[in-house]
Design a protein around this ligand. Sequence first.
Ligand code: CXF
Ligand code: ZN
Length: 377
Amino acid sequence: STSGKPIRCRAAVARKAGEPLVIEEVIVAPPQTGEVRVKIICTSLCYSDVTFLNLKDPPASFPRILGHEAVGVIESVGEGVSEFVEGDMVIPIFMSECGECTDCKSKKSNLCSKFPFKISPWLHDGTSRFTDLKGETIYHFLFVSSFTEYTVVHIANVTKVDSAIPPNRACLLSCGVSTGVGAAWKSANVEAGSTVAIFGLGSIGLAVAEGARLCGAAKIIGVDINPEKFETAKAFGVTDFVDSRSTGNKRVSQIINDMTDGGADYCFECVGRAFLVEEAFASSRKGWGKTIVIGVDQPGSQLKFNSFDVLHFGKTISGSLFGGLKPKTDIQTLIKRYMDKELELDKFVTHEVGFADINKAFDLLIGGKSLRCVIWM
Ligand code: CXF
Ligand code: ZN
């Protein structure tokens, strides 16, 4: 058995900003107290991996093992771990759920305060389990780092999955699809019969559509600069479209206000641009319109809104990390809904490649050619 010993295995290492990943051998230390070592079965690419590969200024950290959407099998457990045993199939999740802090105990939050979400190059204890063959430290990413045959993850960042669920579907629940579905279901709590506007029809926007469809939304408006995305979006339940590059002299929000008789009940920003958040907010209905910000903009960027919109028109706006989902409890619900054939995951997987071709997955995603590309280890 490899338990308690370092493992030498292949990893795709991000060595320099913006450069292709390098497949090389690395050493993965055994899991420490409260951690598990996971043998990755497959992983998929999320745009955040691209964003962090391209970062040149802090919080850029190289060399680093990126990847945070995955599924794997527990190879060994650290001290004090009773929740998992060797052989359990699990998905790692970048958000933590310790289950004991005030936030974990509240159903209103998914922001664990014992292991808070942060952009860190380490595990929660401020150390790394990865070294290269020269003995240099390799950094972690989002407490997951899945672009490697073996990784070490804290148990607060792992949830069990039924081994009946195909790995190339299970991995999607690790980040993007859950984030979008959760944004509609948990963060917005979309009601049956409501109108929804989605800004950006990439995987996140389409996952919001999937969530809104499950919630019984009556009208789902998709907004994108690229009308080629509309055909795919129909399969995700998007019913109406706005090509934001050809709106004549009208603002997108005006068009949506006209389409919905005064604004959509729920608006979602799924791109990560401050001006689009403002457009989404302007597209939301007075009285009860809710805008959910999912996209990742420049850290700390400023969002502007008019006081009338909140004061006279009662609109609300809020952010959503991981769709407001609790990584352990709520993901079990999504797994069940997939198994019950309600939540559709198949349509998100547009490509699959072997680990040696991981850089192809980056090209496909950056080129707008793929939704989710599964990478088999
Ligand atoms: C994102 C969430 C917001 C910060 C960067 C990472 N998570 C996953 O893609
Ligand atoms: Zn992600």
